[in-house]
Every structure is written in C-alpha cells, then in structure tokens.
Design a protein around this ligand. Sequence first.
Ligand code: AMP
Length: 212
Amino acid sequence: MKLILLGAPGAGKGTQAEIISEKYNIPTISTGNIIRAALKNGTEMGLKAKAYIDAGNLVPDDVVIGIIKERLSEKDCENGYILDGFPRTIPQAEALDRMGFAIDAALSIEVADEEIVKRMSGRRVCGKCGASYHTEYKKPERDGICNLCGEDLIIRKDDEPDTVKNRLAVFHDQTEPLKEYYKTSGKLLIVEGQDKVEDTTRLVLTALEKVK
Ligand code: AMP
C-alpha cells in the first residue's frame, strides 16, 4: 500500500502511521523526522531548515522534494510506504506525481483547530531518541522521563503555543488544498479524528480496507 496521511499538525498522523506501518509491514516516511535528524546531526540541510521549523513555517519545496526522492528510492519502499507530513503543498504533490511514485490513497484525519491546540500543548518528546508522549493521553511511566532511554522529556520549540497557531494557519493555507487535489483523482479518504487513539485507529483501518 502506498499511502499519504493528511491532517493538521497534531491530528495524530504519526501515531496512526506507526500502527498502519506495523499492520501492513511498510515503512513510514516522515519528512519532519528526517529534517529533525538532519538538524541534530548538524548537516547543511538541517541548518538551512532550522529557522523555518522553529517559526512553524514550511521548509522550501525543493529541499523536501529532494529528501523524499532520495528516501523513496530506497529498497524498503518497493512494496509500499506511508508518507507522514509529505506532501504539504500542491507543488510537492505535483512533484511526487512527476517522479512516478504512485499512491493508492490520501487519508485525511480531521480534527478541529481548538482540539489541536489543546493536544499540542501537552505534547512532550524525548530530547535524545525523539519518542513522543502526552501529559494527558500518553503519559510516560515516570513523569517527564522517556520510557525508552531515561532522558528528560522536552517541549519541541515548534509545539509552543504561538508557533502552533502559525503551523495551523500554514496548514489551512497551503496543505488543506491537497484534499481537493486528491479528491479530484478519486484518492481521498476522510476520517474524523476521535478523542481516543484506538477509536481513530478503528476508523482508519476500516477506511483502508477499501484500498487495494
Ligand atoms: P512535522 O513533524 O511533520 O510536523 O514537521 C515539522 C516541521 O518540519 C514542519 O513544521 C515544517 O517546518 C517541516 N516540514 C516537514 N515536512 C515538510 C514538508 N513536506 N514541506 C515543508 N516543510 C516540512
């Protein structure tokens, strides 16, 4: 299965991607994670992206298109993939089509802005391994400490309230038009994000049964 996950930042794409990835045995490609890793490793691309990410803006199309082209050409993508966080603009979607990486479906997880703001204010990540938690919905075993590596949990700079507001504005302006783009090609699936992760998962997996 070749799947795109659409949705506002904080709509739960990453969590659903993990579950779909395990069920269908295909990798998740998250441009956000790739960029953050580059940033951590101090690569030229990472340094270029930093100012955009910190402000909640999109990294330029040519940078992310280059990342995706390289990653989708790797062997583990031959049998399918889940794109989490790409494409985020119409030019990115057009580039994906042009590069010949066909997709079967674009699944949009819909969550209201007020709920997103509430969710993101509780999001915490491990400063070392990047595992993510939530102060209400996905608590770590020990307060403020990563279950996996024992490091302190931190608030990602782009999860701070003002940045979240900007990320939502950018989403509505630049990413939401992709719904129309994939609707036109008959690829769009819509799922209403629920309060409980497992309820959203049930809807997501049911929607995916319709995909080949
Ligand atoms: P995410 O973790 O998916 O929310 O991504 C974090 C940040 O990485 C975004 O706010 C953007 O600055 C950048 N980013 C990730 N994917 C893309 C993309 N497809 N196009 C442009 N910027 C991106």
